[in-house]
Design a protein around this ligand. Structure first.
Ligand SMILES: [Zn+2]
Length: 121
């Protein structure tokens, strides 16, 4: 197998598997947090192997430093500081900063693009 770009169907399968892994991590977190962390690691491995981003909805649900699953209110704190979303990992104390404006902009752009779609084609 060659490195680099993967066919689209492979990427789709990888994304689906990542979703499954994160969903499982979410379900198991209360009783078996160590399993959740393993699922996160597996999902991250998939993302590197297939050169795919972690699905948006899960991107803030793990710590980029210690790779553990984060559940807001359980082992992570989410705060809005100076227009940034700060996600603090309760396991290692790592702070992830996500600019809040960018998110709003992306949402607006998605809306705009769906309106403009017919012009692109
Ligand atoms: Zn951490």
């Amino acid at each position: 197998m060659t490195r680099g770009r993967r066919p689209k169907w492979m990427i789709e399968i990888a994304i689906e598997r990542m979703n499954i892994l994160f969903n499982r991590a979410e379900m198991e977190f209360i009783n078996h947090p160590e399993r959740s962390n393993r699922y996160v690691k597996l999902a991250l491995k998939l993302s590197t192997k297939y050169n795919t981003k972690i699905p948006d909805e899960w991107r803030r649900r793990y710590c980029k430093k210690c790779m553990c699953f984060l559940k807001p209110g359980c082992n992570s704190t989410v705060r809005l500081v100076n227009g940034e979303v700060n996600i603090i990992c309760g396991e290692c104390g790592h702070v992830m900063k996500i600019p809040y404006h960018k998110e709003k902009k992306l949402k607006r752009r998605a809306k705009y693009e769906s309106n403009q779609k017919r012009n692109d084609e």
